[in-house]
Design a protein. Structure first.
Length: 224
């Protein structure tokens, strides 16, 4: 999606009410591709959002890391007034505008996106990673620190252990032990990637810490 279309999408998202937001989710969810639709992954984006001034201002960070070295190539930050209220299941409508604004500044476009949020592990199968993936037409993964929907069995304690995350009798992601002895991440595909590949790429980006280096770097940028 080109820059002008992304700007139009930002305006559409920010002007939506609950009913319109739900309609947007259902319409865009039809475009999700849960097969591996990518080849070489050389650059990976990490995205995160923080809030300032009593949550009235969103701060969006996008970082680009090389793969497999996970060296920081580029970082961009944007601020934007929050126009959509905090409603579980619709958080992408608060975060997408400022993230797209930051993403438009990026010169080294990524081959894969990992965000701190959900993919299809969402009540309407359309979390933040799905929204970003469809709009940017990129493979996208949600690697959330907490669970939004679904049931799972606690995976064993070693790094790489995982167990299916099941919602309404369907596997929508996985509880993944990204570091031995820590709480699992909740990984789900967003777009152009399968569940198994989403798990593998998340683990590829967790050489030291519980959260992927991509989103860890983005969080540092937001917090700094």
């Amino acid at each position: 999606m080109n820059s002008s279309k992304l700007k139009a999408e930002i305006c559409k998202i920010e002007s939506a009410d609950y009913g319109q937001a739900r309609k947007i989710q259902h319409e865009l969810a039809k475009k999700i591709n849960l097969s591996d639709d990518f080849s070489n992954i050389n650059r990976i984006a990490g995205l995160d959002v923080g809030f300032e001034h009593n949550n009235s201002m969103a701060v969006g960070a996008v970082v680009i890391l090389s793969f497999p070295d996970l060296d920081l190539i580029e970082k961009r930050l944007s601020r934007r007034k929050v126009k959509f209220p905090y409603v579980p299941g619709f958080l992408s409508f608060r975060e997408i505008p400022v993230l797209l604004q930051a993403y438009q500044k990026i010169r080294n476009k990524p081959d894969l996106v990992i965000c701190d949020g959900q993919g299809i592990a969402h009540p309407r199968r359309f979390g933040l990673a799905c929204h970003l993936g469809v709009l940017l037409d990129l493979p996208a993964i949600g690697a959330g620190k907490s669970r939004l929907v679904g049931r799972y069995q606690e995976p064993s304690l070693e790094k790489g252990a995982c167990s299916p995350l099941v919602h309404n009798h369907k596997i929508v992601g996985s509880a993944v032990r990204s570091r031995s002895g820590t709480k699992p991440l909740f990984v789900s595909p967003g777009h152009k990637i399968s569940i198994n590949s989403a798990i593998a790429w998340t683990l590829n980006c967790c050489p030291k810490y519980r959260i992927p280096e991509t989103t860890r770097q983005a969080h540092k940028l937001v917090s700094g």
